[in-house]
Design a protein around this ligand. Structure first.
Ligand SMILES: *Cc1c(COP(=O)(O)O)cnc(C)c1O
Length: 385
């Protein structure tokens, strides 16, 4: 089976991990710091904090921004459930913004309208979490401008977008946001096995995230209540978590980071081949990457169901039968039972519903060969004819 996504592990990656195993530190040690510095430098952000998963990074981001009961957080319904769950972990209320039918990111028009209504009802969100779907940035400049007008904070869910750019800045620069998070899951742009990153240019947000990463415990006397009892002493001053990442994982992430630009280049190549070869088929291919800024974590086609004799499910099953590991990204979050039980109705976000009924994710990953792409295009053409 050709999978939809797959990590690319080199001998250097393996060597980097083995070196840590032979060292004194296997949980959080010097390599975590090295990895954080390298990521901050790559993204041109002030602070990078490595944690145990992208989900943990989202949770810490919400906590650092002070999200809690009585707050509302908005995100895209076209995302992995974690983008919404992070708000729920904090006791906040979640709501969604419908997607743009061309980019599949949150619709700026829908966002503006929703903000206007929310202002009238005095229910403005505390935080908005734009998701850079498939590795294409949202319109961050406009979202930032709206955040100034309506007074909300911004967490970029860039789990798909490490290595991508927006307006010639690296995604993760946080130029138009308070915090950006990345995921290091094996399907994502680079991997640490599991892992996540939280980036910010704000020193107090960084400090807060660091504190919460390790139980809310500090050894810094200036943060303590009262006197230190001695060298062994620490204080818990917040309710935090164990969201640490290990040096073993950080070594893999750091080694992978060295190949990130190569990874992105190959993904852009694959997307360009697909865009060209699928041109004549009854489907909408992703938008062309005019300025080579997308990271191309996913390659999603939308079938023109009125022009083909099969349903989406039939096309999907047929591709799987031919050993092509297609996938669907995403089942809209608001129709998950956990969310419908909160009262969300499918039809509240019609663009994402229409998108979902026609979407198929084709395989895209660094080691996908040109022959495999030809095979996928060939089978898809047959199935759609
Ligand atoms: C993968 C993903 C996450 C969660 O990342 P993990 O590292 O798996 O916890 C969050 N948001 C989006 C959009 C993702 O794709």
């Amino acid at each position: 089976m050709i999978p939809y996504a797959k990590q690319s592990i080199s001998e250097e990656d393996i060597e980097a991990v083995v070196q840590v195993l032979r060292s004194d530190f296997i949980t959080q040690g010097p390599v975590v710091n090295e990895f954080e510095t390298a990521i901050a430098q790559y993204c041109q952000a002030q602070y990078a904090i490595a944690v145990s998963s992208g989900t943990a990074a989202l949770h810490l981001a919400c906590r650092a921004l002070g999200i809690g009961q009585g707050d509302t957080v908005w995100t895209s319904p076209n995302t992995f459930v974690a983008s919404a769950n992070c708000a729920l972990y904090c006791g906040a209320t979640i709501d969604f913004i419908d997607i743009d039918p061309h980019t599949y990111n949150i619709s700026i028009a829908a966002l503006k309208q929703k903000l206007e209504t929310a202002r009238e009802n005095d229910r403005l969100p505390a935080v908005i979490i734009p998701v850079h779907f498939a590795g294409q940035s949202c319109d961050m400049e406009t979202i930032y401008y709206l955040s100034q007008e309506y007074g909300f904070k911004i967490i970029e869910d860039a789990a798909h977008a490490l290595g991508g750019e927006y307006n010639n800045d690296r995604i993760g620069s946080c130029r138009y946001s308070d915090i950006t998070i990345f995921s290091l899951h094996p399907a994502k742009m680079i991997t640490a096995g599991e892992g996540g990153l939280l980036l910010t240019n704000n020193s107090s947000l960084a400090e807060q995230a660091l504190l919460l990463r390790t139980h809310g415990i500090t050894r810094n006397p200036s943060l303590m209540d009262g006197e230190s009892h001695g060298l062994w002493y620490y204080q818990q001053i917040e309710l935090g978590y164990n969201y640490r990442i290990t040096d073993i994982q950080a070594a893999l992430g750091l080694s992978q980071l060295k190949r990130l630009d190569e990874f992105v280049a190959r993904r852009r190549e694959i997307a360009a081949i697909y865009n060209k070869k699928l041109n004549h088929l009854p489907l909408t291919a992703p938008l062309p990457d005019k300025n080579n800024q997308f990271s191309w974590h996913l390659y999603v086609i939308n079938l023109h169901l009125d022009k083909i004799a099969r349903t989406r499910k039939e096309v999907f099953d047929e591709l799987r039968k031919h050993n092509i590991g297609v996938h669907v990204h995403y089942i809209p979050v608001h129709i998950q039972p956990w969310f419908t039980s909160m009262g969300f109705k499918a039809e509240a976000f019609p663009n994402v519903m229409s998108y979902y009924q026609r979407a198929i994710t084709l395989p895209i990953y660094v080691d996908l060969s040109d022959e495999e792409i030809d095979y996928i295009v060939h089978v898809l053409s047959e199935v759609l004819s």
